[in-house]
Design a protein around this ligand. Structure first.
Ligand code: URA
Length: 229
């Protein structure tokens, strides 16, 4: 692999910026200064340093964002702030949100450039559970909870798959195993209610880090990443 690609894949900068960094003598491979951005290296065996710091090879990148209301779950959109815009400082190509949250929904959103993981998490056949905290316009009865658990008619060909629905600290927690358009909102409408506030708390076994304020993100830890595989 070329040294400039290695460094750009690891968010050191664009290829153009890396060319300048190499020219400035800031890049070393196995303790020898690099002068050619096209130099080929072995990402497993060679030790690459930038500004004296070892840069370990990360083929893919994984982030947890506490999505704020008001931004959209897309990679780019004219006149709108997207979730990918919030991570622009990372300089990572092909970063995509794993699934979509509505503009007014907050909470856990994973962003990655690992297409395989993305596919595994959003593929309907994988039935990854997504837990939402839902503030509703009206209190829910036992009958409503039971209907949400059994599956409701939201106007599609099939009713929704069985879900988990329970009240915790006065709020509905709904765990769904599919990802239909506006699914939670439509499920609540199906039981004569409506959603005032929606936040995703969990995806599979990965729980939102409550220390992340809305709009703030961080890298997933190795343990968190293992939870997703
Ligand atoms: N269901 C919805 O209705 N909206 C979301 O953002 C996520 C799930």
């Amino acid at each position: 692999m070329r040294i400039d690609k290695y460094l750009s894949d690891n968010s050191i900068g664009t290829r153009k910026e890396i060319k300048s960094l190499i020219k400035a003598g800031l890049v070393q491979v196995n303790d020898a200064q690099v002068s050619d951005p096209g130099m080929h290296i072995d990402p497993v065996k060679d030790v690459v340093k930038y500004d004296g710091r070892v840069i370990l090879y990360e083929p893919f990148h994984y982030f947890m964002l506490n999505k704020p209301a008001g931004c959209i779950s897309a990679t780019a959109e004219k006149n709108e702030t997207t979730v990918v815009d919030l991570l622009a400082g990372e300089n990572i190509k092909n970063l995509s949100p794993v699934g979509r949250l509505d503009k007014d929904t907050e909470g856990l959103l994973i962003l990655t450039d690992d297409g395989h993981l993305l596919h595994n998490l959003i593929s309907p056949s994988k039935h990854v559970g997504k837990e939402y905290l839902v503030k509703t316009a009206h209190a829910l009865s036992e009958k409503d909870l039971s209907a949400l658990r059994d599956g409701v008619d939201i106007g599609d060909d099939k009713k929704t798959l069985p879900a988990e629905a329970f009240i915790l600290d006065g709020d509905l927690h709904l765990v769904i195993y599919e990802g239909r358009f506006h699914q939670v909102k439509r499920m609540l409408e199906a039981v004569g209610n409506s959603v005032l506030y929606l936040k995703r708390l969990r995806m599979g076994k990965l729980v939102l880090d409550e220390n992340l304020e809305p709009g703030v993100y961080r890298k997933l830890t190795k343990d968190e990443l293992d939870l997703l595989s």
